[in-house]
Write a protein that binds this ligand. Structure first.
Ligand SMILES: [Zn+2]
Length: 381
């Protein structure tokens, strides 16, 4: 990908420079400062995780547009295809983002800015390690004192249990292949991307295993084995040797066992709720989902399912609260936007209903017909 010089300037662009970052945005200056402060905390957290001295005198560029449409316009102005999500573009060494609710915005910025930071030190890291670490950091939290606290990737745990291992019932059963460990750590980027539904999940899982498993190999010796200026092939081989060193079959067994042993808080109650909901026992199902939410109040899937169950029993006020929180935590939760839109039609919150239904249709064209049918119930202004 070749990049033209960014001659196109943002309309009313604001900039804030901090010690290591330069934040650009069309929102306003206070916003730029807030993002820069967040990035400085992330910078410290990255430095605490990686076994390298932090880069000096950087001016890492982060661009946060007020809307996705503005970001798309910026890319088109440069004759580039707009990215589907936040993105770090190594050619220009910049992170591109747009405004989202606080939590997903922070998580995604932490992910992309990690690529920027890491590749400033190791130019061509192995794909599994670069993405695995970025996902690991995205899933954790970085507090006001820049202390990183690891978290659990709820989406990848679902994919592992339901899609790859098929131990939980669900639509992903048998859908994604299990990638053997040796294949995962030896995969060049193109190969890795071909099975990305499994690769992302297992790469995150491997980083989790290497940091928290019985024989922790991260941050050293895997990261220390890398050559900062080495080629991608070289670094791929060095990291693979460091991971598989000794008894490769035993490492793989321990890795899979590590992921198999993880059970998300509230998981059993959630599965029980799903079963009850299938049997149309909505009252009991909602009670099970409530128990799951008590165990993990930030699991968007638990919230969606309780919301959808409450919708089925015409408890629209409570359904709206759950579904709103679900889409705040996961802004691309298409089905949650759709059910939220329908809920708001019943609540006669016309403008909000239209907004939610439009959102669902934009995210998934297959939902457009149903969204249009519901929009037709909204009275003309
Ligand atoms: Zn990434």
């Amino acid at each position: 990908m070749t990049w033209l010089l960014p001659l196109v300037l943002l309309a009313q662009e604001h900039v804030h420079r901090s010690e290591h970052y330069e934040v650009h945005s069309d929102v306003d200056e206070a916003f730029c400062r807030k993002v820069a402060e967040r990035m400085e905390r992330a910078f410290k957290a990255y430095a605490s995780i990686l076994p390298y001295p932090p880069p000096e005198k950087t001016a890492f560029k982060v661009r946060v547009f007020s809307t996705k449409e503005k970001l798309d316009g910026y890319f088109r102005g440069l004759r580039q295809r707009p990215p589907p999500s936040y993105q770090y573009v190594h050619d220009v060494r910049e992170v591109f983002a747009w405004v989202l609710p606080e939590k997903p915005m922070a998580q995604r910025l932490h992910h992309e800015a990690f690529h920027q930071y890491f590749r400033h030190i190791v130019n061509d890291p192995p794909q599994w390690l670069n993405e695995g670490l970025a996902e690991y950091i995205e899933t954790g939290t970085i507090d006001e004192k820049a202390v990183f606290k690891p978290g659990m990737h709820r989406g990848f745990m679902r994919r592992w249990r339901e899609g790859i291992r098929s131990v939980d019932p669900g639509p992903y059963n048998g859908k994604y292949p299990l990638i053997p460990l040796a294949d995962l750590v030896n995969a060049p980027k193109e190969t890795w991307l071909k099975t990305e539904n499994s690769s992302y999940c297992e790469s995150w899982g491997l980083v989790h295993f290497l940091l928290h498993g019985p024989d922790a190999k991260l941050p050293a010796p895997v990261l220390k084995a890398l050559k900062p200026g080495g080629t991608r092939e070289e670094n791929l081989r060095l990291a693979a040797d460091a991971v598989l060193g000794g008894d490769a079959a035993a490492v793989e067994k321990a890795f899979f066992a590590h992921l198999d042993a993880i059970v998300l808080p509230g998981h059993a109650d959630f599965l029980a709720g799903m079963k009850l909901s299938e049997e149309q026992k909505f009252g009991e199902a909602a009670a099970s989902f409530t128990k799951a939410i008590e165990a993990d109040g930030e699991n968007e899937r638990y919230l969606y399912w309780r919301g959808a169950t409450l919708y089925s029993t015409s408890s629209f006020d409570r359904a709206e609260a759950d579904l709103s929180l679900a889409v705040e935590l996961f802004p691309e939760y298409t089905i949650a936007h759709l059910v939220l839109g329908k809920t708001r039609v019943y609540l006669k919150k016309w403008d909000l209903a239209r907004e939610s239904l439009d959102r669902a249709a934009r995210l998934d064209r297959n939902m457009k017909r149903e969204a249009d049918e519901w929009k037709a119930k909204i009275p003309e202004k």
